[in-house]
Design a protein around this ligand. Structure first.
Ligand code: GDP
Ligand code: MG
Length: 598
């Protein structure tokens, strides 16, 4: 009975189509926050989310909706990220829900993540409510979007709600549709407890907090709970709901979305996807969990001031508490000293982790070029998964090299098909097919090597389609490939942190670019410095930093004492940001500039 007044749903969409803004309107309409508390994209509570205007983490919130007939409904809403790197967050959110609001921008139509997220929701058997958003804009084309909904998603578009999250149009209709169409939860409250962990974070006072959807049973403070994957037991200290801040309550029952705290010291004990049950009266079977998503992109992170290694370690550990998809292990480089090899879900995830380390933990970092995970079969039969070029075996030991391949879906207006097909060709793509979305837009399907996607593919796609193309990709498997290790030598010494694994057809071009960039960013010194790029012992590109002329140097030694002092100070500061490779001082910026081109 109680469950009949509960609706659990999430909001899914392509990035920027208006999920977070719609969540704002729903929060406002149900009067949960005062006007003073209300701000734009209120659920995006990380600084970095607010600044970039994107949602990175899923965010649940509980709303109370008073219907005109006087009945009250509890709506548990989960706002989700739209970017491809965070699909994992979306699929976890879906598991906590019976329905999803599918937001589509009326000026853009269906885009790559619209399709991907719709498929995910269908796999979870969720009831979908299509909402065509931004109808306030003059360029809105709701009829065309309706046609796409029918043709591409196979959903009856007569049900689609026309809305403007910005202007507050259609919000009542959406609330009604949520109550009318999304099934209420129907878990057995008397059965042994089964609660699905769909997220977790670490609170300094309360310990690891599990975000849960209770499917069956009841949990309250004092309950003894057990994690079904590890068998570890804990006593519940607090349960609560999201308003959107954590607010304690008496109990969570079947159908509820909320959180559980149990003085859990280790976030790894609140493993996302695990089932929490009652320790004394355990369920026999766990709920279906989640496929663990392995990191796809690796890079090494070094503190630019090498004395801050321990600080970096502490920062990574803290960050990982709230971002279980981040993995790292100690790494060291001759050029850069001690650091960490880190694994990420994708490039955006990598950027965000770096930015959070720099901002939230005040770190100054050097990051090596991102690499995917290659599969190497050695002549002795051993199979290696290689995420760090440093560990590249000697070519004579290699029997076979394979690289990860992704299935890519690109949606774009048809006038850009030519340039985008060229791009995919340049990136070693294999054409799989093309379909018309409607009379103006098409879907291109390609198989693309993941290492080409992470090498600024997204920017190239946007610039060649004037921003109109969208991309979704999914790892498909491994494919044999001719890969080589490209080494960069400065003054005859290999700079290990700059080594790269590249396709042999791309090696020359990349080598030249790197050599030129390095030449530009290494200051002249007292002697001539050769910069070389090599595959094994074969040099394939060379540039030279010419020696300083004596008279230029002499000038520096004139002038008054205080100026000289200042200069020395400055040099000392500068030295800290230099790395010595053999006899050569390489400024940090040089690493940065090279690593930018991959
Ligand atoms: P999300 O990435 O799906 O969460 O999208 P956001 O809610 O962050 O919105 C992306 C951008 O679209 C923001 O600049 C919003 O102000 C804007 N936006 C959202 N809904 C509407 C709408 O109904 N009309 C207009 N004109 N702009 C909107
Ligand atoms: Mg958002």
């Amino acid at each position: 009975e109680r469950q009949k007044s509960i609706r659990n749903f999430c909001i899914i969409a392509h990035i920027d189509h208006g999920k977070s803004t719609l969540a704002d309107r729903l929060i406002e309409k149900t009067g949960m926050l005062t006007e003073r508390e209300m701000q734009d994209q209120v659920l995006d509570n990380m600084d970095i989310e607010r600044e970039r205007g994107i949602t990175i983490k899923l965010q649940p919130v509980r709303l109370v909706y008073k219907r005109s007939d006087g009945n009250e409904y509890i709506l548990n809403l989960i706002d989700t990220p739209g970017h491809v790197d965070f699909t994992y967050e979306v699929s976890r959110s879906l598991s906590a829900c019976e329905g999803a609001i599918l937001v589509i921008d009326a000026t853009q139509g269906i885009e790559a993540q619209t399709l991907a997220n719709t498929y995910l929701a269908m796999e979870h058997d969720l009831t979908l409510i299509p909402v065509i958003n931004k109808i306030d804009l003059p360029s809105a084309q709701p009829d065309m979007v309706k046609e796409e909904i029918e043709n591409v998603l196979g959903i009856d578009s007569s049900e689609a709600i026309l809305a403007s999250a910005k202007e507050g149009i259609g919000i009542d209709e959406i609330l009604e549709a949520i109550v009318e169409k999304i099934p209420y939860p129907q878990g057995n409250e008397d059965a042994p407890l089964r609660a699905l962990i769909f997220d977790s974070y670490y609170d300094n006072y309360k310990g690891a907090i599990a975000f849960v959807r209770v499917k069956e049973g009841v949990v309250k403070p004092g309950s003894k709970i057990r994690m079904m994957s590890t068998g570890k037991a804990f006593e519940v200290t607090e349960v609560g709901i999201f308003r959107p801040k954590a607010m304690p309550c008496d109990e969570l029952r079947a159908g509820d979305v909320g959180y559980i705290a149990a003085s859990i010291k280790n976030v790894s004990d609140t493993r996302v996807g695990d089932t929490i049950t009652d320790d004394e009266n355990p369920a026999s079977e766990p709920l279906p969990g989640f496929r663990k998503i392995p990191p796809m992109v690796f890079s090494s992170i070094y503190p630019s001031d090498s004395s801050r290694y321990e600080d970096l370690k502490a920062a990574l550990e803290k960050l990982q508490l709230n971002d279980a998809s981040l993995v790292f292990e100690p790494d060291n480089s001759i050029a850069l000293g001690f650091g960490f090899r880190c694994g990420f879900l994708g490039l955006l995830h990598m950027e965000i982790v770096q930015e959070r380390l720099e901002r939230e933990y005040d770190m100054d970092l050097i990051t090596t070029a991102p690499s995917v995970v290659y599969k190497v079969t050695k002549t002795n039969g051993e199979v290696l998964y290689l995420d760090n070029p440093t560990n590249f075996p000697s070519p004579t030991e290699i029997e076979k090299m394979e690289e990860p391949i992704a299935d890519a879906t690109i949606m774009l207006p048809k006038e850009y098909v030519g340039p985008i097909m060229d791009l995919c060709q340049e990136r070693r793509g294999t054409y799989k097919g093309m379909q018309y979305l409607d009379e103006k837009r098409v879907i291109l399907e390609y198989e693309l090597p993941l290492n080409e996607i992470i090498f600024d593919f997204f920017d190239a796609l946007k610039s060649r389609s004037r921003g109109y193309a969208s991309l979704d990709y999914e790892l498909k498997g491994y494919k044999e490939s001719s890969l080589v290790k490209l080494d960069i030598l400065v003054n005859g010494e290999v700079v290990d942190a700059l080594s790269l694994i590249v396709h042999k057809d791309k090696a020359y071009e990349r080598a030249r670019k790197i050599a030129v960039k390095l030449k530009e960013s290494i200051p002249r010194q007292l002697f001539e410095i050769p910069i070389q790029a090599a595959i094994g012992s074969k040099i394939i590109a060379r540039e030279t930093v010419k020696a300083l002329r004596k008279d230029v140097l002499a000038k520096c030694y004139g002038g008054d004492v205080s100026r000289k002092k200042k200069l020395l100070e400055k040099q000392k500061e500068g030295k800290k940001r230099m790395r010595k490779i053999g006899e050569v001082d390489i400024p940090q910026e040089a690493f940065m500039s090279v690593l930018k081109i991959g």
